[in-house]
Ligand binder design. Structure first.
Ligand code: NDP
Length: 240
């Protein structure tokens, strides 16, 4: 029987209470990882994972969350920076608040999630960091200048941090989902949803689990040991 080598590895997932994050928590638990997740509003009590309330826009709260994970579960091996939001509107209608909250959550939130673990990972000489970018960050999307900017920036962030972290044996990658069936996509009007599906060669939206398996692949010291600075597209060939 083969394994992904994630048994007993401590992994922290941000925004793990619902959507793609909850699927990541579930898949990592199935693979035997020791999982903790952060949430902002309500925890998902259906999993045995360690739930910590922490807003990713709060640097100190994220540092405290990492401390709690280490105290309760032990040395962290991996972080999945999944928490993210949209505040869609056409560019001229976006408010400064829409701009700031999306950049603070989707970009600075990843910085806050990775920062407290980086010295520990460097010291232990192993570890894997994965963030969730987006098809919108790669090819742009109407009404998403703020969101696309945050997700596009994550790609440069990933590639730069990967170059810095490589000498310490730490890998940094990103998964770039297409349109995935979560509350984020359910919020799109039906007519627009039909048009989007017609543009996807696989003719359907993705499932949260399909992103979770890509994340597990990039966390695994077995399946992706020679992959770093990479962006893995999971989008049904919507953008190649
Ligand atoms: P959901 O809206 O379903 O869930 C968002 C998650 O992020 C929730 O767990 C939420 O917690 C958490 N979150 C949001 N803001 C904060 C914050 N400030 N601090 C802590 N947690 C926060 O989104 P998805 O599951 O669809 O998206 C997950 C990731 O995947 C995001 O980064 C998104 O941009 C990306 N993505 C999604 C796509 C899709 O089609 N769904 C496509 C491409 C990328 P709470 O419930 O407590 O608010």
């Amino acid at each position: 029987m083969k394994s992904l080598g994630l048994e007993d590895k401590v992994v922290l997932v941000t925004g793990g209470n619902r959507g793609i994050g909850a699927a990541i928590v579930h898949v990592l638990q199935e693979l035997g990882a020791n999982v903790a997740y952060t949430y902002r509003s309500e925890p998902d009590l259906s999993t045995g994972a360690l739930a910590i309330q922490a807003d990713v826009t709060d640097k100190d709260a994220m540092a405290t969350a990492v401390e709690q994970v280490e105290q309760k579960l032990g040395t962290v091996y991996g972080v999945v920076a999944n928490a993210g939001i949209t505040r869609d509107n056409f560019f001229q209608k976006l408010t400064s608040e829409d701009w700031d909250v999306v950049l603070d959550t989707n970009l600075k939130g990843v910085y806050h999630a990775f920062l407290p673990v980086i010295p520990k990972l460097y010291e232990q000489g192993e570890g894997a960091l994965v963030s969730i970018t987006s098809i919108s960050g790669e090819r742009g999307n109407l009404g998403q200048t703020n969101y696309s900017a945050s997700k596009s920036a994550l790609i440069g962030f990933t590639k730069s941090l990967a170059r810095e972290a490589a000498r310490y044996g730490v890998r940094v990658n990103a998964v770039s989902p297409g349109f995935i069936e979560t509350e984020m996509v359910q919020a799109i009007p039906d007519k627009l949803k039909d048009r989007i599906v017609s543009e996807i060669p696989l003719r359907r939206f993705g499932k949260p689990e399909e992103i979770a398996w890509a994340v597990a692949f990039l966390l695994s010291p077995i399946t992706s040991s020679y992959i770093t600075g990479e962006v893995l597209r999971v989008n049904g060939a919507h953008h190649t």
